[in-house]
Design a protein around this ligand. Structure first.
Ligand SMILES: NC(=O)c1ccc[n+]([C@@H]2O[C@H](COP(=O)([O-])OP(=O)(O)OC[C@H]3O[C@@H](n4cnc5c(N)ncnc54)[C@H](OP(=O)(O)O)[C@@H]3O)[C@@H](O)[C@H]2O)c1
Length: 242
């Protein structure tokens, strides 16, 4: 999928990885980037005043907000489902409400935007949907079980989308990062990849047409372990972060 001259929509673009995805899309020659954020008045990224960027109010859990954003961005050729939430908690002690909140954003948010944008993407093909899942989609991290489950659900939703969109001109890529240095994991002390480098590798994966994107060194090593032995990640993730 060419990024040059593409028209992309990035959800959760106001901070964290989303901000860097917008930067990278612009650097690769995107003609226009719609930057979705729940509160566009708080977006302070360098690109906020770039004439190629249009800020769009978007809460991915609100179907009306999603429908309005899809109508504004009817010319989009790339949808990047980046918005996400993480609530900490284990299998026995995690609050059920927190499990629901993460599923609401990380699964149903992706479903809402994918369904709303797909008719436009098919009409504008060649096109792409890119979901930002997580390496914990393959085995749960013990301190974030509800989040891991929501990313496992997003992983399978991406697989289903890819199968349904075969032959439509819309490629579906799913990215599985390990830990990234953003606000999401600010309370967890471990090595983290820079969001700029993760964004660069995600966009490179989209250009290369990769189905599964492992956008940092930790996730690519873990994916190799997983491919050799699917049980290998479970003990590794038990009480650690991603
Ligand atoms: N950080 C990591 O270690 C890591 C690892 C693997 C995967 N990921 C995934 O990478 C993606 C980006 O995460 P991040 O690290 O950049 O986290 P972050 O810094 O916490 O940013 C999360 C972004 O998602 C947005 N968001 C949350 N709920 C939303 C909703 N209902 N509607 C629209 N936007 C919403 C936030 O917007 P507001 O500003 O409005 O809150 C924010 O822009 C997520 O899908 C995350 O699960 C992160």
């Amino acid at each position: 999928m060419q990024i040059n001259n593409s028209i992309a929509f990035v959800t959760g673009a106001g901070r964290g990885l989303g901000t860097h995805l917008v930067t990278r899309l612009l650097a690769e020659g995107a003609a226009k980037v719609y930057a979705g954020a729940r509160d566009i008045s708080r977006v302070s990224a360098d690109w906020a005043s770039d004439e190629r960027v249009q800020l769009v109010t978007l809460d991915v859990t609100d179907p009306e907000s999603v429908a309005a954003a899809a109508e504004i961005a009817a010319d989009a050729t790339i949808l990047i489902n980046n918005a996400g939430t993480l609530n900490f908690g284990g299998a026995l002690d995690g609050a059920v409400e927190d499990y629901r909140l993460d599923l609401e954003t990380n699964l149903f948010g992706v479903l809402n935007t994918s369904r709303a944008f797909t008719p436009h993407l098919i009409a504008n093909a060649p096109a792409a949907i890119v979901n930002v899942a997580s390496i914990v989609a393959f085995a749960p991290a013990g301190i974030m079980v509800g989040y891991s489950i929501s990313k496992a659900a997003a992983h399978q939703y991406g697989q289903a989308l890819r199968a349904e969109l075969l032959g439509s001109g819309v490629q579906v890529s799913v990215a599985y990062p390990a830990q990234i240095d953003t606000e999401m994991l600010s309370g967890v002390d471990m090595d983290k990849a820079s969001p700029a480098s993760v964004a660069e590798r995600i966009i490179a994966g989209v250009i290369a047409g990769e189905r599964d994107i492992y956008p940092d060194d930790a996730s690519s090593s873990l994916a190799t372990l997983y491919a050799a032995d699917p049980w290998s990640l479970e003990p590794l993730f038990l009480r650690t972060g991603e």
